[in-house]
Design a protein around this ligand. Structure first.
Ligand code: FAD
Length: 483
């Protein structure tokens, strides 16, 4: 009998039973009334004592479902045991065996549908707070100078180009640099980090954490060229001609999808990517300290129901707007993390459910004055398994707005595939790769992250990066990488 059988667990020693009775430890958070006026991080993180108490709830299953639920198979019981016994830096080292970005993943991974969904404690009560413990270990080590510098293997003489500096590119660059390859990254924007820098706001993921990881790449010897657009500055073929032995493409899915409704080009309509990039990367939130033209919405309507929509609506709120979300299905179908929806509601974002925009309403100067919407009801399930929203005839109404943020999805960035004709793509514009090695149809060119999977998650981008790095090393050296 395995120990992830609840009955087996319950029949074991009393301390375990007693530990199982400890409630999941809440995350201290900034008060909603205060935080809606600032950009500081919302969850404050566990104290050492709370982390140890929470970690003691883990019953150390012999066949842990949580590990299977993690896309990169972090040895979760092992790192939690280190925390429970007060060895916080050792906990980080355990995490680092599988993930390059634990401080990031501990904050933004959808743990509730991955590792924590498989935690045995969740069957009868609340799962162990795995994500919060991951964040705690990473933060503790960073703050206490406990993160050891990775050991670099002897130089191999091989040179690799990494195109795009988001989580997939960062993972590959870190692994390959550790294994002794010369790594050069090319990033289109002026700062490395991908969506972690330009998309996810400061109040969810402080930017100094991302830059700390970027700096550790630099300390490993990785060269990062920013403001460098592959496909414009030079092409993938030119990189290979210049002497790169392999290339990894990790350009993400940053191409916004629009609604296709009248007046979508009016003044005051933004894609969520543009809105968030201005606010985060270009620091419009710090006006007048930064010269980026300020966005000062008074009434913002964000269209969509995912994490991107929550980020945009909560950013608009913090910029001083009355902020509303318009979503065509019901809350149960919203793809955003439950925690993000909850935080948005607590802060005062208004949710218009079962509502679909029909047209942007404008004044004589083509400035947004509102969004004409239709009421929806849910019909039969569609291909996604979710109930299809159906229009209620004659239900038009106007939500007043001076700013509309469209957050209904992103597509793969097309520039690199367009300028590298030998690289095959799917009909959705994603790059086709060998599912095992992540090599594209062009020899020596690999790809991973959202450019391969379509818009997905940080952890899935890192997982693909990890796999690609392994096979890139094999491609370059003919042997497995060092441990
Ligand atoms: P990206 O992070 O998109 O990085 C790609 C990089 O490539 C970018 O820096 C881009 O500038 C660069 N680039 C593009 N084209 C070129 C070129 N031609 N030359 C050079 N560089 C180029 N996921 C979660 O797990 N949890 C969340 O809470 C979450 N929230 C999100 C919120 C927002 C607002 C957004 C937009 C996404 C969110 N995601 C979340 C999704 C997650 O961020 C992505 O799945 C992940 O970042 C993908 O990583 P990547 O490395 O493939 O691409």
């Amino acid at each position: 009998m395995t120990t992830n059988d609840p009955k087996a667990e319950q029949s074991e020693a009393t301390p375990k039973k007693a530990r199982m009775k400890i409630p999941r430890q809440p995350m201290p958070e900034q008060d909603p009334r205060r935080r809606r006026t600032n950009f500081e991080e919302v969850p404050r993180g566990y104290s050492e004592a709370t982390a140890m108490l929470e970690a003691s709830r883990c019953i150390q299953c012999k066949k842990p479902g949580c590990v299977e639920g993690c896309p990169v198979n972090i040895q979760i019981p092992a790192f939690i045991k280190e925390i429970a016994e007060g060895r916080f830096v050792e906990a980080l080292l355990k995490l680092k065996e599988q993930t390059a970005l634990p401080a990031v993943c501990g904050r933004v991974c959808p743990q509730e549908s991955q590792c924590e969904a498989r935690c045995i404690l969740g069957k009868k009560g609340e799962p162990v707070a795995i994500g919060r413990l991951e964040r705690f270990a990473a933060d503790y080590a960073r703050k206490h100078g406990g993160v050891p510098e990775p050991i670099k293997a002897t130089a191999t003489g091989k040179k690799v180009a990494v195109v795009g500096a988001g989580p997939a590119g960062i993972t590959v660059a870190g692994e390959l640099a550790r294994w002794g390859h010369e790594v050069v990254m090319f990033e289109a924007l002026h700062l490395a980090g991908g969506v972690l820098m330009y998309g996810i706001p400061q109040f969810r993921l402080p930017k100094e954490i991302v830059q700390y990881e970027v700096n550790s790449l630099k300390r490993l010897g990785v060269t990062i060229h920013t403001d460098y657009v592959i496909g414009k500055s030079e092409t993938v073929d030119q990189l290979l001609e210049e002497g790169f032995d392999a290339v990894f493409i990790a350009t993400g899915a940053g191409l916004p999808v629009f609604l296709g409704i009248p007046n979508e080009n009016a003044i005051g309509v933004f894609s969520a990517n543009e809105f968030l990039t201005r606010a985060n990367l270009m620091r419009a939130i710090d006006f007048p300290r930064f010269a980026t033209s300020p966005i000062r919405p008074h009434r913002a309507v964000t269209v969509g129901g995912g994490n991107v929509a929550m980020d945009a609506a909560r950013t608009a709120l913090r910029l001083g707007a009355e902020s509303a979300i318009v979503y065509r299905r019901s809350k149960a179908e919203m793809p955003a993390r439950g925690e993000e929806i909850h935080h948005a509601e607590e802060e005062g974002v208004v949710f218009h459910m079962l509502t679909n925009p029909k047209r942007i309403v404008v004044d004589e100067r083509n400035r947004v004055t509102g969004v004409e919407c239709l009421q929806m009801e849910l019909g039969e399930p569609d291909a996604s398994g979710r109930r299809r929203p159906v229009t209620v005839a004659g239900s038009e109404f106007i939500v007043p707005a001076d700013t509309v943020i469209v957050a209904i999805g992103n597509q793969p960035n097309p520039l690199v595939p367009q300028t590298a004709p030998e690289i095959e793509t799917s009909r959705w514009g994603t790059i086709n790769t060998d599912p095992v090695t992540m090599m594209t149809s062009k020899l020596g060119v690999f790809a991973g992250g959202d450019i391969v999977s379509g818009a997905a998650t940080v952890i899935s981008a890192m997982g693909q990066g990890k796999k690609a790095a392994f096979y890139m090393h094999r491609y370059l050296m003919g042997v497995d990488p060092p441990q």
